[in-house]
Design a protein around this ligand. Structure first.
Ligand code: ATR
Length: 283
């Protein structure tokens, strides 16, 4: 890569940010697409986010930015406007510079749906989906599924109040989608929940091999598709159990690639080299 005076800049803002896979993936995409830009991690402590956004504003050669934990919601009031997807989830993962203004977008939901179609050949319309968790990732997933025509969402969370708040939010925006809430506990059997066809884990449980199961994994069976948003480790205990019981299952790798590809397309206006992005992550 040759850096010259025309080079554009792109960043992922997070804290910590060293674990982020985006620099490797996005830099590979820029290289394959022949775009003269560098994509860098930017470690921004929470109390300095406003200053970082001022820095983005000062950069005439800004290509764009991604936003990750813990800034996705905090950055919203610091931007000039939001695209509908970011408005719907109240969180931003992509910043797009347009004529001196900073637009906030969110490609997590669309990336999740693209990954579902690609990895699990899953058609969402009319589907009953169990979502584990009720945090920021669950909000993006639930909103995307409701928008895509899922008929029923069952939100299972250890803290029921939080799931209830999310259910009210989703139901108010998507009246055609039925949204219910249940307590998530280790003894819960998936067979106790009627008609579930897809199960999505949005919690952080599974990041560590020592994590206890979220529910009774032995109750999983073949017609149920299982999607875990965790990609590191690539095979969580939930995914292991699902596969061993004959379920089709996928990790968060494809979602990571697709949300990044959509961000790339928003910044550059050119199709993302998805295969190169995948390969960069596998190295
Ligand atoms: P994110 O933005 O990644 O979704 P978050 O907003 O902190 O992160 O949400 C984390 C989710 O994982 C929550 O649903 C949380 O459950 P609570 O609302 O009860 O806190 C869930 N979670 C985290 N650790 C968990 C555990 N050990 N058992 C069950 N759920 C857990």
């Amino acid at each position: 890569m040759r850096i010259d005076g025309h080079c554009k800049l792109a960043f992922v803002l997070g804290y910590p940010v060293a674990h982020s896979a985006s620099p490797v993936m996005q830099q590979a995409a820029l290289a394959v697409a022949g775009i003269n830009a560098v994509y860098l991690p930017w470690a921004v402590p929470p109390d300095r986010l406003a200053g970082a956004v001022q820095g983005l504003r000062a950069m005439e050669n800004l290509l764009g930015a991604n936003v990750t934990v813990p800034h996705k919601e905090a950055i919203v009031p610091l931007l000039d406007s939001l695209m509908p997807e970011a408005e719907a989830v109240g969180a931003v993962n992509t910043v797009i510079p347009r004529e001196g203004r900073l637009l906030g977008d969110n490609t997590d939901g669309a990336g999740f749906l693209a990954a579902l179609r690609q990895e699990l050949e899953c058609e969402v319309r009319g589907l009953t989906v169990a979502i584990l968790g009720a945090g920021g990732a669950a909000r993006a997933v639930a909103t995307a599924l409701a928008q895509a025509g899922a008929s029923t969402l069952i939100l299972l969370n250890r803290t029921v109040d939080r799931a209830t708040r999310l259910a009210e939010l989703v139901a108010s925006r998507h009246p055609a989608c039925r949204v219910t809430v249940q307590l998530l506990r280790q003894e819960r059997k998936i067979t106790d929940i009627a008609d579930v066809r897809l199960l999505v884990n949005t919690t952080s449980v599974g990041l560590y091999a020592s994590d206890p199961p979220l529910f009774d994994y032995a109750s999983l069976s073949a017609p149920i598709l299982v999607c875990d948003l965790i990609y590191n480790p690539p095979e969580t205990p939930l995914l292991q159990a699902a596969r061993s019981r004959g379920c089709r299952a996928s990790n968060g790798f494809a979602m990571l690639v697709h949300q990044g590809a959509l961000a790339f397309e928003r910044w550059t206006g050119t199709p993302a080299p998805i295969q190169a992005m995948r390969e960069a992550l596998r190295m």
